[in-house]
Design a protein around this ligand. Structure first.
Ligand code: SER
Length: 596
């Protein structure tokens, strides 16, 4: 069974059972609390919380999708049989409709009846229960009634059998999982709570996630396409499935393919280049912050292994071609359309990386031959964006010995860094240090902080101006600010005209030149809403909120619930410029803008 047949079977199975097929959303979620789309349910969060209506949006209470996903937390596992950074997730969803019995029956029927996996290769896990959430005995009974015997059912703790939320808040609940041949394949989540760790912090409940009843209890399932393909194609690693063989063949040369199993280096190149290509296709560029930093790390590590294997220079072009053309032309035609652009980005990063290496070699020479400490190596890794393997090689090349406990101290420095990062919201950036990361704003140093603060206030001005020019149907759907630009997503049914874009730009600039004061007040949530403050996503807010007002208090230009930070006077923002207006999904537009 090819991966195309598996995709088709899955979608058809659920379509026949009343599910609407919904396309994969972008890699870069609208949800500002997460960096990447890590699960199929992410685009559906508002249907569980009751903020959006699935019937209105796609005419069904059930959906099925194959979602492009990215998990940087697995980056160090890549190279083994089953871990990847980029992967696709097959999922079926119910929003306030069917519940455990149907969800488990569907899972059973698809695996056993549709795919023909013998029942004796299956194992199941269910939630064991803890102080806050009871054991899932209902699922246990359902599995038993389907003929799964007790010795095949294990009870999992919260770490294994409880999902969510993504980011700081969102739907969550216990899970039941299907294992085939000992490999976790399908995760079925019973979303019945809304977890809110922000609220937990604000109400001195820190350390615990606050559980609230969810507006629409429902089902969210996720099954990795690559793992399922590996099982159905009877391979011993995902890299031997038809999702990877063409890539590995291109790296190794077709005639050599069968001689030995693929190596670690080949797997890293294949995984990292594939992920990088999908990231670039979704608009990410290499940089030192957020998604761009992850892309940089993936590309540099792939480039390093390409150099190590002494692969010819056209390898990127050939790999990009087989990925776009031989593997995904039916599924993601945009990879072919954007191939030229993708290759340009890779080429540019390769050149930059080579320059960095020259600089790093020089820096290394200057520091002399004293033993390299793990901490120093970690600093190198952080500040040069050099893969750790490369730092070790430089040390060997320049005959710099490693201190005695090098590995241990490097690991400690990394852990310490992660612990500091985890203290804020930065954990999701794969360990890259940011002094500010609210999910929406990201800054790596003081200078960047000043820039993102100006862009942040400009975002409020943009939001208010859009509503004044286009009407009150405009609602914020997402925002992401880096030191270079702001990105603002909003609801609006059509492309803006050139005239409208110009008017919005002018209104923002007019407000900037009026030197309006920006003030902040803390007040109860209800009072803020009464005062006309715009709330983002209408998610649950803590009882006391911060409200930022631009202009006089009795006749504000803009008023929003917001965590800040902001400038104190619009005059310092600079000249505002919209550089792009585009569609990101039906009914949602995206503006990119800069301040000069
Ligand atoms: N959200 C769950 C997961 O990602 C099921 O889709 O595993």
């Amino acid at each position: 069974m090819t991966h195309l047949e598996i995709r088709e079977k899955f979608l058809k199975f659920f379509e026949e059972r009343g599910h609407k097929i919904v396309p994969s959303s972008s890699f870069l979620p609208n949800d500002p609390s997460v960096l990447f789309t890590t699960a199929g349910m992410q685009q559906f969060k508002p249907y569980y919380t009751g903020e959006a209506d699935p019937i209105k949006d796609f005419g069904s209470l059930n959906a099925v999708s194959i979602q492009k996903s990215m998990r940087t937390s697995d980056i160090d596992e890549v190279g083994d049989e089953s871990h990847l950074t980029f992967f696709e997730m097959l999922g079926n969803f119910s929003f306030g409709n069917y519940w455990k019995k149907e969800a488990i029956q569907y899972g059973y029927d698809f695996i056993i009846k549709e795919l023909g996996v013998p029942i004796d290769r299956i194992k199941i896990s269910v939630f064991k229960g803890d102080e806050q959430v009871p054991a899932d005995l209902e699922s246990l009974e359902i599995w038993r009634s389907l003929g799964i015997t007790d010795e095949k059912i294990i009870f999992g703790e919260r770490g294994d059998n409880f999902w969510g939320p993504t980011g700081n808040r969102g739907p969550c609940g216990p899970t039941t999982e299907i294992y085939i041949d000992g490999l976790e394949v399908w995760n079925i989540v019973f979303n019945e709570y809304f977890c809110d760790s922000d609220y937990a912090k604000a109400s001195s409940d820190e350390g615990r996630k606050h559980f609230l009843p969810l507006a629409k209890r429902g089902i969210d399932t996720g099954m990795g396409l690559e793992r399922l393909t590996m099982i159905l194609q009877k391979k011993s690693s995902v890299f031997e499935t038809d999702l990877f063989v063409p890539i590995i063949e291109e790296i190794r040369g077709k005639n050599l393919y069968d001689l030995e199993k693929n190596t670690y280096a080949e797997r890293i190149i294949a995984d990292h280049l594939r992920a990088a290509i999908f990231l670039i296709a979704d608009g990410v560029l290499p940089s030192n912050v957020t998604q761009g930093y992850v892309l940089r790390r993936l590309l540099r590590r792939a480039i390093r292994y390409v150099t190590l294997l002494k692969l010819p220079n056209d390898i990127y072009q050939r790999v990009a071609h087989v990925i776009a053309h031989d593997i995904y032309d039916m599924t993601y035609p945009e990879l072919t359309e954007k191939q030229k652009e993708i290759l340009e980005v890779i080429e540019k990063e390769k050149n930059k990386f080579e320059k960095t290496l020259v600089g790093a070699r020089k820096g290394f020479k200057q520091r002399g031959k004293k033993p390299l400490s793990g901490k120093e190596a970690f600093d190198f890794y952080q500040s040069w964006g050099l893969p750790i393997e490369q730092i070790k090689e430089l040390a060997i090349e320049l005959e710099v010995p490693a201190e005695q406990d090098f590995e241990k101290n490097f690991e400690n420095a990394r852990k310490e860094h992660l612990a500091i990062s985890a203290h804020g919201a930065e954990k999701k950036f794969g360990g890259h240090g940011l002094i500010l990361d609210t999910g929406e704003l990201k800054a790596g140093n003081e200078e960047e902080l000043a820039r993102v603060t100006r862009l942040h206030t400009a975002t409020h001005l943009l939001h208010a101006s859009l509503r004044k020019i286009l009407g009150e149907e405009v609602h914020q759907a997402g925002s992401d600010i880096t030191a270079e630009r702001l990105r603002f997503d909003f609801t609006f049914p059509r492309k803006m005209t050139t005239e409208e874009i110009k008017k919005v730009e002018e209104l923002v600039n007019e407000t900037i030149t009026q030197n309006l004061p920006v003030t902040m007040q803390e007040m109860p949530y209800e009072e803020a809403i009464k005062k006309g403050a715009l709330a983002f996503f209408k998610l649950k807010y803590p009882p006391i909120v911060k409200v930022y007002t631009v202009g006089p208090n009795d006749a504000p230009f803009s008023r929003e619930l917001c965590g800040g930070p902001h400038v104190t006077n619009t005059g310092v923002i600079g000249n505002f410029k919209i550089v792009k207006e585009e569609s990101i999904s039906a009914g949602t537009r995206r503006i990119r803008a800069i301040v000069e």
